[in-house]
Design a protein around this ligand. Structure first.
Ligand code: AQP
Length: 335
């Protein structure tokens, strides 16, 4: 476990096991999280409580939670340096979320675009959890007095509301929660769907060709890239109305480190077909070592159990302090 005596800034990052982890999650989040471990005091979580805002099939859900955990390690997160825990194992999250619900207004939750999107997508299951998702996310962050939270563009609104709730609480009771700042990564900020490049690549998208999973087999990855939606132009370059190609160039650039100009020069005179195959090949090579490490971890369940138990022990100790402080300020009686 990390030494908490050093004054490194605290960063809290979490991923939902709501499906199989995608290339979008990897390039936009996981890969950057690995680098953060050097300079920050990082805490990672598999946010399984969040995932049930959408109906999960129990057996698949169980596997997705463990897979997400193993994948975090396979991507390079070192649990001996940065605690990695499973959210439902640390009861303070659900408890603080309830308290924060009582300091959050109906109106501000109604304005969340993710709620609007997801309630449209799952109109048969617009549950209260989907609505109060941001207060649970606020609890996740505020419990650890996090200085920063890496967020994609899609999650900025949720961080904003976490800050508003914290500010409101602090305003009533005095300083209780640290106000977290967004940490925006430079590379791979947004990977778009391969089938509708105006939408972000999402692991819960029912169209399996719209996303590439980090654990997809090489031939599946290649097939998905070859089927990627592009446009009627033929030149591999960034341009308006070329959302599909822009996305593929973004992915190629994130994976190889080449600029879009270098990529355009490399593919001069070649068609989209050649380019799509090259992107597929580059992604396959990027993911190959991760898949190998993932297979080692997932076949070593004892190690995973040992690590997630240590992670939750650490997380509980740290988060309990904040929960106790908040409860005392509200006026609850200590046990
Ligand atoms: N397409 C993306 N491009 C870049 N970053 C992305 N992230 C997600 N999709 C992309 C980032 O991954 C981190 C973990 O995401 P999450 O699992 O907590 O939730 P999410 O953003 O809702 O991810 P999904 O894949 O879209 O899940 P579902 O389909 O369940 O809603 C976050 O940092 C996120 O920004």
């Amino acid at each position: 476990m990390p030494e908490t005596t050093e004054k490194k800034k605290v960063i809290l990052s979490a991923i939902q096991p709501s499906g199989t982890i995608t290339l979008g999650n990897y390039l936009g989040a996981l890969r950057n999280w690995v680098k953060l471990q050097e300079d920050y005091h990082c805490i990672f979580a598999v946010a399984d409580l969040h995932a049930i805002t959408v109906r999960q099939e129990p057996k698949t859900f169980r596997q997705n939670i463990l897979n997400a955990y193993a994948l975090l390690l396979a991507c390079g997160i070192d649990p001996t340096k940065s605690p990695v825990f499973i959210q439902s194992h640390v009861h303070t999250h659900a408890e603080l979320a309830w308290l924060l619900n009582c300091y959050t207004q109906f109106g501000e939750l109604s304005r969340m675009t993710q709620f609007k999107d997801k309630s449209q997508k799952h109109s048969d299951n617009v549950n209260a959890g989907l609505f109060t998702y941001p207060t649970l996310m606020a609890a996740d962050i505020l419990l650890y007095q996090a200085d920063m939270v890496p967020v994609g563009a899609d999650q900025k609104q949720h961080l904003e509301i976490a800050r508003n709730i914290a500010e409101r609480f602090n305003g009533i009771y005095g300083n209780t929660f640290k106000l977290p700042e967004p940490y925006i990564a430079q590379v791979g900020a947004r990977v778009m769907s391969l089938q509708d490049p105006t939408k972000k690549m999402s692991k819960s998208d029912e169209n399996v060709n719209s996303w590439v999973a980090v654990l997809d087999k090489p031939e599946t990855i290649m097939k998905k890239f070859k089927r990627a939606v592009t446009d009627s132009d033929t030149v591999v370059c960034v341009g308006e109305g070329k959302d599909g190609i822009n996305n593929l160039i973004g992915i190629m650039s994130a994976v190889t480190g080449k600029t879009s100009e270098e990529i355009t020069a490399e593919f001069e005179g070649k068609g989209y077909g050649d380019f799509k195959a090259a992107v597929g090949e580059a992604v396959i090579e990027e993911l190959r070592p991760i898949q190998e490490r993932f297979n080692d971890y997932i076949n070593n369940k004892d190690y995973l159990v040992e690590q997630y138990r240590k992670g939750s022990e650490f997380a509980l100790k740290l988060s309990q302090r904040t929960l106790d402080k908040a409860m005392k300020k509200i006026g609850f009686i200590a046990k």
